[in-house]
Write a protein of this length. Sequence first.
Length: 596
Amino acid sequence: MHVSLRRLRTTALRWAAWLAGFSLLLGVSLRAFGGKAHLWAFCWMMDSRFTSMELLAGVLRLRDGVEFVAGDEQVYNGATYTNWGYGVPLLELPFHAIAHRFHSAFPARFFPDRAIYFFWFSALVALLWAGYDRLLGRRGACGGSRVRRQALSWAAALLTLACAFYPLMRSRFYVYEETICYFEIFEFAAMTAYVYALGEWRTFAVVALGAAAGMGVLIRPTGLPYAALWGAMVLLASRRRKPLAFYAAGLAPFVAFWMWTNVVRSGGPFDVGFTNSMPGMLYHTPIQRFGRMCSNTPGHFVEAATRLFRALFVQQPTETAPWMSKCHFDLELRPPDSSPSWKDAFLSPLVFVVLAWILVAYLARRERRLAPYAPLAGCAAMFLAYVLGGSFAWRYAGDFWPLIVLACVEYVRTLPASGNRLLGAPLAAVFVLGAGFAYLRQVSPAAETIKVLEAASVDHMWHDFEQTRFQIDPPMPSRVACGGPLAWPFHNMQGWHIGGVNKCDVETFTNVFLGIPPGNATKHTLRFEVDHAEQAPLRVVVNGRRYWTHTDGNAYVVDVDVDAHEFVSPMVQATIEWVRVTDDPPALVLQAVELD
């Protein structure tokens, strides 16, 4: 009897400690998210929730035409698609289905998407703690004391959330930050599954790892290299094929769905839509259509790598080389610009010190296992990808945080037994202090940037959705001549100075929308007339596909594949590259563009 009571008391205390830690972290997280006033609210941008409702209707389109296309969306086959993947809409879908079914309780017929995010985030908080606690438990750390172990686990979770999530949750939380937060949720969930799989490599844990990695692929393109990394970790740590097969089984359905959605919205299984996207900034259009040109020489590569390294680990560089300005190697700093952390390094110098310490420690003890090195290699590969990519926003630091934390997890996992003396209350105190500093420095000042949907917009939300769902585009002419500009769609006539001082001259590129001529033809000819044509061929992008032109007098022509029967709305987007984005605009006049 006494033994049973003692066990009951121990179990009750254990659960009480867990609930206390969980509640404390949720309370801090809710405050970082803007408090209760912003919890049951709608995100300012509607892309994810509208796409989610479209999925309920059985289609992948965001809009049934292109008249209302906006920045950072995709146009393909005469329809508009989300530019951020289908992971977030799928995660929101059950909630919006409930709101639509019980619309008397949800007048907007949509579930507040900030609350949806916080639901998934709360699940991640519990999973993150469980992963850290499991890791310490396997080591027998904290002197075998469950209380001290829980304290260290919760402190580690708090520091992770304060660095990786809270700055994103506090700053605006538009679709940009929202998507990266969802991505981090599933990459950290994958990390927990990996920790639970270590040793026994049980089927459920390994399949869960594959599923979490697969959801990361659906949420964000950077999920694909993460999926490869997790597969490598399973293979290197287990040294067996069976766990890798179970991991692939968990991953495969998500990758298959990802490939199918890419075909529908972009035309190819591995085409994520850069060539047919509608970037908000003028100068991003030719970069996305035809490729970035910043790191085009070894010298430029070194300069770009140095600039990004300083931005990540030192401090935001103030100077910009002229060639960088021309190819738009931009660094978008965290808001607000009135904050003392505005020009802080995106990851901080301490992160670089930790990563360097881990690598030096491995080399010093001659670590021969390859799995511990994999997260460090992943950080280097991600850094290289962004150097070649041409720009970096502060929120992209979220792509690095799961790798950084995984590197620390691997370091703790492979520590000699003597390292357990480091894993105790002093380390927990350091974590809490670090989290507090990060909160005060980067999270609190961003309160003024929080923006949610206004009440009037919420009242008209369902009407706005129906307008995009059942819209019919007005007719678009198949020929557009100099002097006849059209005000729609978004970015139509971009890079063509119709009506300007130098009438009808062009930028480095020109973007136009054209109507598809009636008939059953699947092959059409794109023709653009200029005052003088050079013999060298030009590149064009039509409906997301690249072509090379040839000259015909004072015109450039190219045969393109455009089948009107596959189009939702009979209009197509075409972009002409006159010169590379790093060169000066050509001195020519574009007289007309035609699809016949």
